[in-house]
Design a protein around this ligand. Sequence first.
Ligand code: ADP
Length: 354
Amino acid sequence: MAEVILKGVSKVYEGNVHAIKDISLEIADREFLVLVGPSGCGKSTLLRMIAGLEDITSGEIQIDGHTVNQLPPKDRDISMVFQNYALYPHMTVYDNMAFGLRIRHFPKDEIDNRVQEASRILGIEKLLSRKPKALSGGQRQRVALGRAIVRKPKVFLFDEPLSNLDAKLRVHMRTEIKKLHQRLKTTMIYVTHDQVEAMTMGDRIAVVKDGILQQHDTPMNLYNNPVNIFVAGFIGSPAMNFLEGKIEDKKVVFGGISMDIPPGVRTDGISDVIVGIRPEYFILNDVSPHFTAQIEVVEPMGNEIFVYFQLGKKSVVARIPADTKVRPGDALPLRINVGMVKLFDPESKVSLSC
Ligand code: ADP
């Protein structure tokens, strides 16, 4: 069991910087939790507090049933993988991986077994005698992972480990880390600013903004039921379209369109709303369209097409099938999938869905 529990955790840096504000979160044993949010939202601070590299201003952190607030990092049974790999340049790959075990006085045979096993898992057996400078970025990242694995920790912490890799390698390492999780069955907490990484890797995602936990849920629940405009706009690419609207006679009116109120939405006593429509919920329909879009920009993606047009005074994007014949200047009849439309309160930015 290696559950990680955060209870009302806060961090105030010198200069009255409130980096983390009262975050409570339970990360289950063997779970892969992704902490995601824009740069500066406090993700690294939170991870470093779990690791013991930052003091906790208030609140409590438990790992495996024990309060660790006062425990130094070496006694927390965690391994951390950093963005910059943090390898020792003068040591071979083998020694980099063995180092943490040697300083803990593990027997030589045990160290060798663990290094060999980790290098097999990561496919770096042939690199063991090299120094880091003779490795590619992807290989260095594997060694950094290897160094974490050999410790057999209760919890792995990852701080943007793929940010220094090129786009193709990043996608590859994403699946490698997921496979590693399935194989090791260890609790993992992974920090990233990249919502695609969060969606594809996490069993659960915790979205943070300005040091405040906004929402935590499975990727699909976050995508389909965001609690506020921030989460709705942060998760998904291209992002959800937001339009100013009004509730009139039990209809949502926006950009010259009058549409039924989506099911499960509270609109009693509400007149102004923000209407949120994901790009895939504009559907080609020449039988009963809600409106005709004058297409301004066409972006063929291969497997689909993004089309941009004005709705009201806003530029919005729709995803349509790859085989659609469309050029800038064309008029496309579109229907909105009303059941999937989100409404938000313009003041509080909170979802009006029940
Ligand atoms: P993220 O990882 O999401 O980019 P960080 O946790 O690094 O965010 O930073 C959160 C906030 O705390 C930022 O406003 C940052 O400037 C501030 N911060 C981080 N480290 C320190 C520090 N050592 N002293 C003062 N402020 C800090």
